[in-house]
Write a protein that binds this ligand. Sequence first.
Ligand code: ZN
Length: 109
Amino acid sequence: MKSKIENIKNYYLEVCKKEKLNPIPIKFCSVSKGGACLQYSNSMKPLNIQIDLNRCVDIEYALLHEISHQILLEKKKDPALRHNAAFRKIENQMNDKYMYSDLTFKYRL
Ligand SMILES: [Zn+2]
């Protein structure tokens, strides 16, 4: 049986493939506030997604949230730290598409 970490990574890779996104590394570490975050460079290039398995209550939700940040960053160079309307639109679309979808069950998230 695949580990939780493998499942999270594979879920992420499959969403990236479907959304035509360049995958970035997922790091499992301690993250304050919210339990997940997207790190990016000064030039607004996405660097990695950090997930704190001890803090994240809903991994799928957290992952889709960070992927939405990644999409907006790649498209508009906007980190959307305050979750603006453009961000919320993307996040809603991602949640509609992937929350509790076949992928959720395939990767047991
Ligand atoms: Zn956010």
